[in-house]
Ligand binder design. Structure first.
Ligand code: BDR
Ligand code: CA
Length: 311
């Protein structure tokens, strides 16, 4: 089984990504590190603990991380993820697991050192924890097998979800993203260009009827699906974070190319923009694998089949 650490800001689609990873039975989840993002860190922690408990996987350690971006103020997105960050789907749900004391960045470094070349880091929130870890331990990029990130927008100019050219995770901590992209680690970006093509519709949700996660998936995505309809006229909510796990499970879901990618951190209008040098104009070595196409249908089918396995 492939060893992974998930870095999350749970979040509706983060929660779905965690369940997808666990129920795939193909990944050895060594731990989950949390970061401020969709909602404040304290909520992210509780949501992550609840999701592990729901899945019956309380033994997986939850390591709390950064409660704010490196330099900027944070803007939370309760209007997409609900008051509590998971659409109030687990209100009153009792969980007995607790966060560990070790800081997220230190956990990542320790695990990578203990398992050199074996760990895939799946990052589906702002990249603050990863940046802190790379800055603290210069050998980390060599110890990690790869880093797979949900974030950015590389080819669809003007179709961001935070600014016209910026995606939420990168926008929330662009300075951190810059550090990660230049860390030297084998890095893949699963960007909005492809994640927007993986919609979970109300019809898809009903495929899970009678299965363990049906209620959770339906309730947690309700606000998010309504928001997606109202704002983007989409018949479903994008499975941004689950697709990032999907790439780790099956490379065939996505087509990729490697290019030089940098992050804009100065311009107010372009803050958090991921700039991909497709034409090699900057003369720099390619540093990030980007995704150019997705088999959205095959991926959503696999996601539903995996979550539906538990009865
Ligand atoms: C990303 O932003 C968050 O709101 C989601 O959880 C996802 O990681 C999509 O832009
Ligand atoms: Ca997320």
């Amino acid at each position: 089984m492939k060893k992974v650490i998930m870095d999350v800001d749970t979040g509706v689609d983060d929660a779905l990504a965690i369940l997808y990873a666990l129920e795939s039975r193909q990944l050895d989840v060594l731990g989950i590190t949390t970061v401020n993002g969709n909602v404040p860190l304290e909520m992210v922690n509780v949501n992550t603990l609840k999701i592990l408990s729901l899945a019956g996987r309380e033994e997986i350690p939850v390591q709390p991380g950064a409660d704010r971006p490196l330099l900027r103020e944070s803007e939370h997105v309760h209007h997409i993820h609900g008051d509590d960050g998971i659409g109030n789907a687990l209100d009153g749900f009792e969980h007995n697991n607790q966060c560990e004391a070790q800081f997220a960045a230190d956990f990542i470094i320790e695990q990578a050192k203990n398992h050199p070349g074996e760990i895939t880091l799946i990052a589906v929130g702002p990249l603050t924890n990863l940046a802190l870890a790379f800055r603290k331990e210069p050998n980390l990029s060599k110890w990690l097998s790869e880093v797979v990130i949900m974030g950015g927008l590389v080819s669809e100019a003007g179709r961001g979800n935070k600014l016209p050219n910026s995606e939420f995770n990168i926008f929330t901590d662009a300075e951190a993203a810059r550090i990660v992209f230049h860390s030297g680690a084998e890095t893949t970006l699963v960007s909005l260009d492809v994640t927007k093509q993986t919609l979970l519709s109300s019809y898809d949700v009903e495929v899970l009827e009678g299965r363990k996660y049906h209620d959770f998936v339906r309730q947690s995505t309700e606000v998010y699906r309504a928001f997606s309809k109202e704002r983007f006229n989409l018949d479903g909510c994008a499975l941004h974070d689950p697709l990032t796990v999907g790439y780790v499970l099956n490379r065939d879901f996505l087509k990729t190319e490697k290019h030089y990618v940098d992050v804009e951190t100065i311009s107010p209008l372009g803050y958090g923009q991921t700039i991909c040098d497709f034409g090699g104009l900057l003369g720099k070595e390619p540093n990030v694998t980007i995704c150019t196409d997705v088999d959205g249908e095959a991926f959503v089918a696999h996601f539903l089949e995996t979550l539906g396995k538990e009865g």
